[in-house]
Every structure is written in structure tokens, then in C-alpha cells.
Write a protein that binds this ligand. Sequence first.
Ligand SMILES: O=C(O)CCC(=O)C(=O)O
Ligand SMILES: [Fe+2]
Length: 300
Amino acid sequence: MAPQIAPTTASAQVARTAAAPAITPELRTWIIQQAQANVSAPALIQAMTTAGWHEEVAMQALEETLREHLGHMGSDAIPATDQAVPEPSLQGAPSRLDAGDRQVDVLLSLALPRVVVLGNVLSPQECDALIEAARPRMARSLTVATLTGGEEVNADRTSDGMFFQRGESELIQRIEARLARLANWPLENGEGLQVLHYAPGAQYRPHYDYFDPAQPGTPRILARGGQRVGTFVLYLNTPEQGGGTTFPDVGLEVAAQRGNAVFFSYPLPHPATRTLHGGAPVQAGEKWIATKWLREREFT
Ligand SMILES: O=C(O)CCC(=O)C(=O)O
Ligand SMILES: [Fe+2]
């Protein structure tokens, strides 16, 4: 695939793989043609990387070009909105964000993967109240089975968990409103808050939160609000040792500190987003988190 962007000379190849290659008019034209022929975003990125483009450059080119030219076509991969992904308001590098009923601290911001670490998202009382509301409803964690679209027990995820219904209590409503405001993303696009508990030794092996487009069960999952495009992991306690959230592609580990949260987003369901992440094994103590996944559209 991608003969239109094949290098014509050795120096063209070198230029393309240099640190900051430009997106050429030829590449833009080719992307538009392929998208009009209904080639999927992951297949396009695959074709571009095969032709010698860096994955992240390919993803950026795809996003920019499609957002400019195809917004009106309602592509599955690129939401037809001004704002393709949830994103905190970090213009001007503020040290704090207004979350409506609370001022939240900005602790770290990374471009690729898009990761923002926030402090003081929840009060200690809110953390405890979430744990106590979840405790009687905990069961071994399921993950979405992309083969069938149902749910399954997953050996990679040795935690216990439960889901709150969206808006099911005043506490849940308050937290959901805060997260929606922090991410600038409609509250209705959020899945119900999930609470997970890890005992000593438990972990969640590295994974992506988006649904694999190649799996047969994925269309059924996407019918309820499209792809996942962002995640908040809220830390409800501080494990004594271990239990951070890791991003192995970039060697980042976010420490689990009560009341803090890590936010990350992924405009495409593709590894080029570098959003591979996991819950590191808890080495001492236990770990409680709440996860909020954000969909492209209203989650029903
Ligand atoms: O336990 C963590 O830190 C990560 C949890 C996670 O990846 C998830 O809930 O999807
Ligand atoms: Fe995850």
C-alpha cells in the first residue's frame, strides 16, 4: 500500500525519517483518497509506517488531514467535533485548574502519550466515601471481551472491582461533574465510574483502554457511544509500596497518591498513541482506584 508516498530518492527517505518531517501535500492527498475509499485509520497508519513514516508522524498527519478535510464525513476514528479528544485547559501552563467546586493542581503534563497528572482531585473524605460505597459490591474484575463483546475474567487483571451507575448518588454526580469539567468533555460521554481494589501482589498488566478495532466483538461495544478516547485513574489510597500506573513505552510511572489522578487520552485506537499502561504490582499494602473512561459520544 501507499505507493503514492513511496520515496523517489534515498535522500527523500532520509528526510522522511528525520526528527520532524513535514507533512507533504502528496501525503495529504493520499490520506484523503484512502479515507474516501473507507480505509480504516489503523490500516492507514500501518500503510504509512510500512512506507517509512514514523508512527507518531503518521498519526499526526492522519489526524490533522482528516480533521481539516473530512470532519463533515463523520469518520469513525475522528470525532466530527472541534475538539477530537478530552483535554484539560492547560494553555498558559496554569499551576491549578478550576474543576467547578474545587481547585485541582497540575503536577505533570506529557505530550506523547498525552498524559496529565493532577493533584487534589478528590478530598480524603471523598476517597474514603467511594471506597466504603464500593466495598460491599466488589467482585473479581472483568474486562471487556473483544472477541464476543461480552465480559470475562482476565488473568492479566488480578484486582476486584465494581461499577457505579452514572449519577447514582450525590457523591458520584459531584465527581463526574468535576471530571467532565477537567477534561472539557461531556459528562454523558463517560462510562460509569469503576472502583478497583488490588491486594498485595495484584496488578493490571500493560494494556490499551481503547477497544481493538480488529476484534469481532468491537462493533457491538462501539454501539454504546463509540470508542474510548480518554481515561482518568483516580487514586483513592496510597499503597505503602508499588502500585503506580506505568506507561512502558516512555518509561513513565505515576505514583499512586490518595486524591491524585492520572488523565490520558488517545485520538485513535492505535499503539502509536503510546498509551500502553498498566497497574504495577502492589508490593506492600493495598491499592484502591476509581477509573473513568470517556467515550467519543454519549455512553448509553
Ligand atoms: O491500576 C492502575 O493504575 C491502572 C488501571 C487501569 O489501567 C484501568 O483501570 O484501565
Ligand atoms: Fe487501563
